[in-house]
Structures are given as C-alpha cells and as structure tokens.
Design a protein around this ligand. Structure first.
Ligand SMILES: *[C@@H]1O[C@H](CO)[C@@H](O)[C@H](O)[C@H]1NC(C)=O
Length: 295
C-alpha cells in the first residue's frame, strides 16, 4: 500500500470508530438474545434487531443492564399483514414471585383490523392494572417510538411522545409502586392465540409464518444497577464530551406531566382507550382499586 492509500484507510478507521462512540446505544452493546435460536437477529452493525415466530418457537431478547429507574425509548415495527394470535411484548421486569413489572404488549390482528396496545403495571407481584388502547396509526407500516418513563414519582407510557397512561406513586395512600427492585428490559414475539385476538376467537394462521417484528433506536437515560456498586445514573447515548453534564441530563428523574401532557393523556384515553380496569365494575364489584380514585 502506498503511504497515501494507507493514510486514507487510517482516516476511515478513525472516522468509523468515532461514529461508533458518538452513536452508542447499539443492540450488540445493550442487549442479548435469550431464546428462539436464530429467530432473534441483530443486523446492520447493531442498528436493527428482528424477532420472528414460527410454529416451532417464538424468540426474545433482554437488556444486558439492570435498571433502577429510567427513561426508555424503543422503536418498533410490528408484525404486518395477518398477525392474529401473535403477541409482541416490550417490558421491564425484575422477575420472581414478588416481581415489579411495567408492560407494553401488542396484540396482533387480521389484516386491516386494529392491533391492541395492552399496558399493565405490577408491584410486588401484583398486577391487575390493565389499560388497553387502539393506536391512531398502522403500527406495522413504519417504526414508531414506544417509551416508558419510570421515576420515583410516576410511570408514564408514551407513544411517539404522546403520553397515554400515567401510574402515579401513591405509596403514601397505601398503593404499591415499583421503586426498589432493579429491572431488565425484555422483548419477545410469541404465539398467544388462546387469548390475544378477540379474546382467543381468531387463531394464528401458520401458513403466514414466519412472523417478524423489528426494532431500532433503543435509548436509555437510566440508572444502571449493579450488585457490587449500586446505582449509577447516565444516558446510553452519551458521547465522551457530554459525560460531565450529569445533573442537567438527569431531568427525567424529576419529570412529571405538565398541563399539556395531562391534556394529551385525556385525548388518548377519550379517543383510543378500549379497556380500563378502573371502570370494570364486573371485575371489581366492591369498588375500583384505590389508585383509580386519585387518577
Ligand atoms: C381485532 O379486530 C376486531 C374487529 O375489529 C376488534 O374487535 C379487536 O379489538 C381487534 N384487536 C384484537 C387484538 O383483538
């Protein structure tokens, strides 16, 4: 190689290394595939992850880190076409019998019929706090951002930046809130045709398999938990130059809904909510759970 060509090649290497550092938040770095063998794939140098489901198995991945509070964004493009019977999940969980968990689940449907976005919160092993929504777009056409903000004051679920649900910390009113167990992020695509679509009436059409969901742009501004060193709060997107600006980059830890955010939640709930445990009087004949009266 001439010196000149070597120089160009060297500059190219430096440039790609720099890009790698600046745009950290890469699926190779942040996640590991956990089941389904090669049905879970990390592609495009770590920028794209796909899960697939066929008759033999679904697939899944999880974060390498455990988090104790954080603001998480992930872009998903759901199984297109006839996705009836399939469920794509994206959740935080501490696992175990007294687990804390914050759930997004996407229940598939026949072509052209609406997906259901199912949400739930578990604290100390107790869930039963389901709210379900239709979306205001086709979630199979493009990537959309689904976010979980989990801080000591509340849990806020958002879709493309629009908050759709808030679960407040009402520990002072005797309502359990996830605040002391570290959680990993999990995602999976699996067959749930015994309940997912129209309550189990519509079964998975295996002639359409494999079913595939795609993921991009994971971003966590979060407190990473380690059993040896406790909690350390940062952003996975941090570039070397921003690593000192810690206090300003942790505004998510105190973030709450302003009047505009409250208005957006009311909009989403009025127009797109199809199930709310708080108003399910058949299920809670003695009266709705206590947190419902503070919403
Ligand atoms: C599927 O479509 C039917 C008919 O529009 C609808 O009732 C149902 O809520 C949709 N979603 C799921 C996941 O069943």
């Amino acid at each position: 190689m001439t010196n000149y060509k070597f120089l160009i090649w060297f500059l190219f290497l430096v440039a790609t290394a720099f890009v790698g550092v600046t745009y950290a938040g890469n699926f190779y770095q942040d996640f590991e595939t956990t089941w389904g063998d090669n049905r879970a794939k990390i592609l495009e140098n770590g920028n794209l992850l796909t899960l697939s489901l066929d008759k033999a198995s679904g697939s899944g991945f999880r974060s390498k880190n455990e988090y104790l509070f954080g603001k998480f964004d992930l872009k998903l493009k759901l199984v297109p076409g006839n996705s009836a019977g399939t469920v794509t999940t994206y959740y935080l969980s501490s696992l175990g019998s007294t687990h804390d968990e914050i759930d997004f689940e996407f229940l598939g449907n026949l072509s052209g019929d609406p997906y259901i976005l199912h949400t739930n919160v578990f604290a100390q092993g107790k869930g039963n706090k389901e709210q379900q929504f239709y979306l205001w777009f086709d979630p199979t056409k493009d990537f959309h951002t689904y976010s979980i903000l989990w801080n000591p004051q509340s849990i806020i679920f958002s879709v493309d930046g629009t908050p759709i649900r808030e679960f407040k910390n009402l520990a002072s009113k005797g309502v359990s809130f996830p605040k002391s167990q570290a959680m990993r992020m999990y995602s999976s695509l699996w067959n749930a045709d015994d309940w997912a679509t129209r309550g189990g009436l519509v079964k998975t059409d295996w002639t359409q398999a494999p079913f595939t969901a795609s993921y991009r742009n994971f971003n966590a501004q979060a407190c990473v938990w380690s059993s040896s060193s406790g909690s350390s709060c940062s952003s996975s997107k941090k570039s070397p130059s921003s690593s000192s600006s810690s206090s300003s980059s942790q505004s998510w830890l105190r973030e709450s809904l302003d009047a505009n955010g409250q208005a957006k939640i009311r909009w989403a709930q009025k127009n797109y909510m199809i199930y709310n445990y708080c108003t399910d009087t058949k299920r809670f004949p003695q009266g709705s759970p206590p947190e419902c009266s503070f919403a």
